[in-house]
Write a protein that binds this ligand. Structure first.
Ligand SMILES: O=C(O)CCC(=O)C(=O)O
Ligand SMILES: [Fe+2]
Length: 330
């Protein structure tokens, strides 16, 4: 519809002009004033929580997901790794250096599965009402699950390849505005410095999207784990040590990563990135996201054949799932 196109264009122009505007002025849910910038009007978060997120770009909610749900997801992950259930369409990532799987003899370790919507048990996590009521504070009422994964950080064999370089998730995303996007990450067990907890740079969500590339780590890094190239090594870091069920909500520009896993166990977390269904897609050609677009296109060509021509936006469009409210963009 012409009016839709106009609206998309207007938002696109605004976004280009002010890519990291801290105030989601286009949203009817945004509230002007000093204290609320990154969060929609809501009755769930306390003023302290709102201020904390605005200042730091993340918010941890203790014990949000119950142990029995997380145990069920862990069990399902094991079943998938063992090959007892086949999940068509799910992306299974093998680790760059870990030879031994925790479940299947003679198989490389699976460090991550993606596209949880392909499995009804794991996708339940993305639809949990206890999570979505928080997500709504960031995205507004129409919510799409854009990207989901279960991360199984293996014990590091001394190569430091289990680290996740510091990055901003928005780098991977061709949709905007950033203020209508939120990452959600739940510890499936106690996660601390020793097994590679998340590390964040508080307040970095107020900056812009920085250049990313593969880090020049001696022993390599996992596929698509790009990191920020230049940043101040003295930036204060906060290590998010979390109990099982604790859940962090974070802004897509927040600089974060995770350390190596110095324990013998595989460290598990489950995560989903959500966006408002009103978000619009951008063309990343000519921007500092072009290299990741290219890499993901290469993965698609390898998986489905070089003749398959799908735009980067469509890659994301087809993987998104409406989990609450309505999709008024189509
Ligand atoms: O779990 C990790 O180690 C990193 C996860 C991450 O970067 C994310 O969920 O965006
Ligand atoms: Fe991330």
């Amino acid at each position: 519809m012409a009016s839709d196109r106009l609206r998309t264009l207007a938002r696109h122009l605004k976004d280009q002009k002010n890519e990291v505007s801290p105030v989601a002025v286009t949203s009817t849910y945004a509230q002007s004033g000093d204290s609320i910038q990154y969060i929609k009007r809501n009755s769930l978060l306390s003023p302290e929580q709102v201020n904390f997120y605005n200042e730091n770009g993340f918010l941890v909610i203790k014990k949000l997901v119950s142990d029995d749900k997380l145990d069920r997801y862990k069990q399902r992950f094991e079943t998938i790794c063992r090959g007892d259930v086949k999940v068509p369409g799910m992306t299974v990532m093998k680790d760059v250096s870990i030879k031994a799987s925790e479940y299947v003899k003679g198989e490389k370790a699976i460090n991550k599965i993606q596209e949880l919507y392909t499995d009804p048990v794991l996708f339940e996590y993305c639809c949990l009402p206890e999570i979505l009521e928080y997500v709504e504070c960031f995205t507004g009422p129409n919510i799409k699950a854009m990207h989901s994964m279960l991360i199984n950080k293996p014990p590091d064999p001394g190569t430091l390849t289990s680290r996740h370089p510091l990055h901003q998730d928005l780098y991977y995303f061709p949709f905007r505005p950033a203020e209508d996007v939120v990452g959600v990450w739940t510890a499936m067990e106690k996660i601390h410095r020793a097994n590679g907890c998340l590390v964040v740079i508080p307040g970095s969500h107020k900056g812009k999207l920085l250049d990313h590339a593969y880090p020049d780590w001696e022993m390599g890094v996992n596929k698509a784990y790009h990191g920020i190239q230049e940043f101040d090594p003295n930036s204060p870091r906060v290590y998010l040590e979390m109990e099982k069920g604790d859940t962090v909500f974070f802004h897509p520009l927040l600089i974060h990563g995770s350390g190596s896993n110095k324990t013998k166990g595989f460290r598990k977390a489950i995560s989903c990135h959500y966006a408002s269904a009103d978000c619009y897609f951008i063309d990343v050609k000519g921007t500092n996201q072009e290299n990741v677009e290219q890499e993901i296109q290469e993965v698609i060509h390898k998986k489905y054949g070089s003749g398959v021509n799908v735009s980067y936006q469509d890659v994301w469009r087809v993987r998104s799932r409406l989990v609450r409210g309505e999709d008024i963009s189509t």
